[in-house]
Design a protein around this ligand. Structure first.
Ligand code: C2E
Ligand code: MG
Ligand code: MG
Ligand code: MG
Length: 277
């Protein structure tokens, strides 16, 4: 009966694939209407300066609340949005709302709060990406240097003349660039030196055990040293405990972001946010 068993296994696998595909197609269909139906919204996670103890900026993080009330996290719909190309429209929505929020805060708050916005590969590859960012900056009235785009290391590694041309155009417009989830890819010091960048964000994977694993602490130390050598600011992601913060302060890391300070918050909670400690 081994043949039947094998066939059974094959059928099961195929059903699983079909289910996955169907789920993805459903997600894409639901996403199409999500923008028009106001189902997308942004949360903002504080980014703290480790030497001044001040709120330096926030990162905009997208959320999706389906009509039935289900909350969907970006890791469960950004891949589908990328596949279908909907990420281009969603990305513009995020950028526009994040910039409008930053401008609203700047009018009421004591000081400017930098606004970081995530950009996906598909979005960055659009031929008119830079143009659409600059148009949004102009239409919303955000000061360009108050806006930071977070690009993943994989975007940075897609080495091409197009990449450095786009980065240079953004730099000329005064917009800041951070590399997100840094340390998981293979970008070299000399390559990074050739690009107009402002900040490295150390991936959460190296922070998680930074106070207990010497290897992780050395990687973080190397990224801080490398960043400073390149005249870049360095921010640690996923800082969850005072012990994480203590190590990062000792390493001279510039900024930090993570649950120790705050989870991603609704806009109205940002102005009353107090840095702990
Ligand atoms: P990311 O850009 O690296 O964002 C950081 C993620 O880590 C966020 O997850 C945040 O909630 C989470 N996080 C922050 N602090 C901590 C911590 O101390 N511990 C732990 N365990 N997690 C922490 P989130 O909001 O689920 O977003 C996941 C990813 O989805 C983001 O990773 C980013 O790549 C993508 N994403 C989110 N919003 C957007 C968007 O508007 N556009 C695009 N293209 N991608 C987005
Ligand atoms: Mg990010
Ligand atoms: Mg990140
Ligand atoms: Mg990430």
């Amino acid at each position: 009966h081994s043949k039947r068993k094998h066939r059974g296994g094959y059928t099961l696998f195929s059903e699983e694939m079909t289910l996955k595909l169907r789920t993805r197609l459903e997600t894409i269909n639901e996403l199409r209407s999500a923008i028009d139906n106001d189902e997308l919204y942004l949360l903002f996670q504080p980014q703290v300066n480790l030497s001044s103890g001040r709120l330096e900026g926030v990162e905009a993080l997208i959320r999706w609340c389906k009509p039935d009330g289900t909350q969907v996290y970006p890791t469960d719909f950004i891949p589908a949005a990328e596949d279908s190309g909907l990420i281009v429209q969603i990305g513009l929505w995020v950028l526009n709302h994040a910039c409008l929020q930053q401008v609203a805060w700047k009018q009421t708050a004591t000081g400017p709060i930098r606004m970081a916005v995530n950009v996906s590969m598909r979005q960055f590859q659009e031929p008119n990406f830079v143009e659409s960012v600059i148009t949004t900056v102009q239409q919303t009235g955000i000061t360009p240097s108050d806006l930071e785009l977070e690009l993943t290391e994989s975007i940075i590694m897609s080495d091409s003349r197009v990449l450095s041309h786009k980065l240079n155009q953004l730099r000329e417009a005064g917009i800041q660039i951070a590399i997100d989830d840094f340390g998981t890819g293979y970008s070299s010091l000399s390559y990074l030196q050739s690009l107009p960048l402002d900040r490295l964000k150390i991936d959460r994977a190296f922070i998680e055990n930074i106070d207990s694993r010497a290897e992780d602490a050395s990687i973080a130390a190397m990224i801080v040293a490398m960043g400073h050598e390149l005249k870049l600011s360095v921010l640690a992601e996923g800082v969850e405990t005072p012990a994480h913060e203590a190590v990062l302060k000792k390493l001279g890391c510039d900024e930090a972001q993570g649950y120790y300070y705050a989870k991603p918050l609704p806009a109205k909670e940002i102005l009353s946010f107090k840095v702990p400690g």
